[in-house]
Design a protein around this ligand. Structure first.
Ligand code: GLN
Length: 473
């Protein structure tokens, strides 16, 4: 519609802003909005379109997870620690969207420092799942997830350290992709666990994810783990038929712990792939059961180091009264961080301490290698791996907050790909008791274009990705 001038970017942005004004008070997906800024970008986009300089995302309103620094926007990472922080520079991802004339529609709510699976650790309050407001949207990218599901943006960004794009995509019924580690620059993306963090698109369809990837991916010398590869067109393979595609089903993903009704939806999705010409191969990821314990050694270890920068001195929360420097550090951090973040810092400093380093941190690194090796072996027998993205549908708010281990198990099917650095996505595959279920597609390194093709072909013969929650039309 933008291309054919049926609508302008200003009108489109206004439409979304009106929807946000109507629905955000009950959903709490956005924690920062700036109409004037968004509309100024929309106006500039309209000028680009008029001048014939538009690309696919020019003038498209995108919600940005509040983990990305965006110049002159509040950037809080869901924490009291950064509640007063206004970013003085743009993250690479933000720069990329600006460069194509996309509109920043606002910053979205998230679990504090991206630690969580329900968005309940946010200093700014929980986010409601648009499919059932008593339930969580998943996390940590819960605000972006609810915004996409409730059509409060055209698409959104998220980050995925252990599942934070894919698990909310599953719980809210949209398409989300975590790229291969190193494909999207982490510059200006607030660090949680640097060897696992990766940004990716959250959108209605696989095709939209591909268009988002075309903007987000690319080399950036300011991130030392950014990969210098040739620019790709992620839409290039969307139309390819799936005849002969080898789909690996890891037996460990269909064992105990998977909700039976979720399993049924996944089985039906696999059957649809068979009809599309795919060949099913049984595979095994023998060490995948260790991924949660390994992750909860490594991610907190990295987090404890990354979060040491929040000392109340240079920026962020500083306590009002203190006696000396040490007292200021202690009080600022005690007041600025929430309970889950403190738990991670405690675990992280513990596993890195001299007496325990070999027993925990080093051991976890060794098992991480074994988990990655499982995938190398598996991809000798298949082109993509499929399974559930999350073990259950959206759960009730408050249900798991007092049981961290139950919460951690939400990522049982997603974490191993982060540990291996592999790309993974979740696509809507159906419903259980009226709640969305996501099918996970895991690809080999740099195989995003094929995964998007695999998802897109499924979306040509199903309409799960087009379903909308009721009451928000
Ligand atoms: N739920 C996981 C955690 O709490 C993963 C979060 C994420 O991917 N950012 O650490």
């Amino acid at each position: 519609m933008l291309q054919t001038k049926k609508i302008s970017s200003v009108e489109l942005t206004q439409t979304f802003l009106a929807r946000i004004a109507q629905h955000n008070p009950s959903i709490n997906a956005y924690i920062a909005l700036d109409e004037a800024k968004s509309l100024a970008q929309a106006k500039a986009a309209d000028a680009l379109i008029a001048a014939g300089k538009a690309s696919p995302l020019t003038g498209i309103p995108i919600a940005q997870k509040d983990i990305f620094c965006a110049k002159d926007w509040p950037t809080t990472c869901g924490s009291k620690m950064l509640a007063n922080f206004v970013a003085p520079y743009d993250a690479h991802v933000i720069t990329q969207f600006d460069a194509v004339g996309a509109v920043n529609l606002g910053k979205t709510n998230m679990d504090e420092f991206a630690m969580g699976s329900s968005n309940e650790t946010s200093y700014f309050g929980g986010v409601k799942n648009p499919w059932d407001v008593e339930r969580v949207p998943g996390g940590s990218s819960g605000g972006s997830a609810a915004a996409v599901a409730a059509r409060l943006c055209a698409a959104a960004t998220g980050t995925d350290t252990g599942g934070s794009i894919r698990q909310p995509a599953s719980l809210c019924g949209f398409s989300g992709l975590k790229p291969t580690y190193g494909v999207v620059s982490r510059y200006g993306m607030i660090a949680f666990a640097s060897s696992l963090d990766q940004a990716g698109p959250m959108a209605k369809s696989a095709e939209d994810c591909a268009l988002m990837m075309n903007v987000m991916a690319g080399f950036d010398e300011r991130d030392s783990t950014s990969l210098n590869r040739e620019k790709e067109d992620y839409t290039r393979d969307l139309a390819k038929p799936l005849q002969g595609l080898r789909v690996g089903l890891p037996k460990e993903f269909f064992a105990e712990g998977l909700d039976a009704s979720v399993g049924k939806v996944i089985d039906e999705a696999i059957a649809a792939y068979k009809k599309l010409g795919a060949e099913i191969v049984e595979i095994s990821l023998p060490n995948t059961g260790l991924s949660i314990p390994v992750y909860y050694v490594l991610a907190p270890a990295e987090a404890s180091s990354n979060l040491s920068r929040y000392d109340g001195v240079r920026y962020g929360h500083r306590t009002a009264e203190y006696t000396d420097l040490m007292d200021m550090y202690c009080k600022s951090r005690a007041e600025g961080f929430g309970a889950e973040v403190k738990r991670r810092i405690l675990i992280g400093t513990y596993v890195l301490s001299a007496g325990y380093y070999d027993a925990y941190y080093l051991k976890a690194q060794q098992i991480r290698r074994l988990i990655a090796q499982d995938f190398v072996e598996a991809f000798k027998h298949c082109d993509v791996i499929m399974g559930p993205a999350a073990p259950s549908t959206a759960f009730k708010a408050g249900e798991k907050v007092d049981d961290p281990v139950a919460m951690y198990l939400q990522d049982i099917y997603t974490i191993s790909t982060n540990l291996a650095g592999l790309p993974g996505m979740s696509v809507p595959a159906g419903f259980s008791n009226g709640l969305p279920v996501g099918l996970q597609i895991i690809g080999n390194y740099f195989d995003e274009a094929r995964m998007l093709n695999v998802a897109h072909q499924y979306q040509q013969v199903t309409d799960w990705h087009l379903k909308m929650p009721q009451g928000i039309e």
